[in-house]
Design a protein around this ligand. Structure first.
Ligand code: SIN
Length: 312
């Protein structure tokens, strides 16, 4: 019997596929649609200290090979999402969830995480250190000193399961340096990758999105090789207790299979979910199971992280 069940920390998921933060997760109705789909879990839109309108529209565009967005973290404030996941966790049969959060400053991030720590929420939290779309705010995880300082402070008071949403890294030395920081802390997971920041897509003579003169995060087919490399680089470098969530360029069961082969314990769907809606989880789960059956794999552990290299 082929199974796509998985675990992250102490949490069990009936399916390893879920949405990526930013897609189908802004409102309670969207989150409910993911909850009722074949997805194993959902992650909320990243909640900030207070509600944000985000960047001016148009701020998302589908492209031939994926998407570009500069949403700018529009959201209803972390309390909206925290209340919803606490409500759901009281219901029988509820899936475990991921609450995504970040502040507009380290102080705001600590304020939010202290509130989550003090709340009844028992699920996972994903700290988003990688949004490329807030004008004037760099992607936090590209600044190793700030990242180290934030995590150092967070783990003085935060005792619930916590993971990080990471930007893509592009250099072996940066994989080493980032992993050296993450391995110092009791993180439950890292999520590789957020969009590739600050791309530019043009139609005729004009940028296709309005914010930042057209600069935005790139997702979809363009990013799969970068996502796979980041998943595998961190799978090789992080202590085994830090699980990897793979995100980027997944639009088929084969893509999900490749993320797991690189070391992912859970796989998130972004652009394809935006384009096809929550029914996509049924299709991609069936495709993944079909590949596993052909290869004789019964569960993810049979092939997770077992990427083969070409040896001399
Ligand atoms: C956004 O709201 O700009 C996208 C979220 C992210 O990239 O973290």
């Amino acid at each position: 019997m082929v199974s796509t069940q998985t675990t992250i920390g102490d949490f069990h998921f009936d399916n390893c596929l879920m949405n990526a933060a930013g897609v189908f997760c802004m409102t309670k109705d969207e989150l409910a649609a993911i909850e009722q789909s074949a997805a194993g879990s959902f992650v909320t839109k990243t909640g900030t200290l207070t509600k944000r309108e985000g960047n001016p529209k148009p701020r998302y565009a589908d492209t031939a090979l994926g998407s570009i967005n500069s949403m700018g973290l529009p959201n209803f404030g972390y309390q909206y999402y925290l209340d919803y996941v606490i409500d759901l966790q009281k219901q029988d049969g509820s899936k475990p969830h991921f609450l995504s959060v970040v502040g507009m400053s380290p102080e705001e991030t600590h304020h939010i995480l202290k509130a989550v720590q003090a709340s009844d929420y028992q699920g996972l939290v994903e700290l988003n250190l990688s949004c490329p779309n807030v004008p004037g705010k760099p992607q936090i995880a590209y600044d190793f000193e700030t990242t180290q300082n934030i995590l150092q402070e967070v783990f003085t008071y935060y005792q619930k399961p916590l993971g990080l949403k990471l930007p893509p890294y592009f250099d072996m030395v940066h994989f080493d340096q980032a992993a050296q920081i993450f391995n110092q802390f009791p993180l439950t997971f890292v999520n590789c990758i957020n969009s590739i920041g600050n791309g530019l897509v043009i139609e005729d003579e004009q940028a296709v999105i309005k914010p930042k003169n057209g600069f935005g995060g790139i997702g979809g087919d363009y990013v799969k090789p970068t996502a796979l490399a980041n998943v595998h680089a961190f799978y090789q470098r992080l202590k085994p207790s830090i699980r990897i969530v793979g995100t980027g360029g997944v639009k088929s069961g084969r893509d999900a299979f490749e993320h797991i082969l690189c070391g992912a314990s859970m796989v998130q769907l972004g652009t394809v979910l935006h384009q096809e809606g929550p029914e996509v989880f049924t299709r991609i789960t069936a495709e993944l199971k079909a590949i596993m059956k052909i290869k004789g794999y019964e569960n993810l552990a049979d092939f997770r992280g077992k990427l083969r290299y070409i040896n001399d």
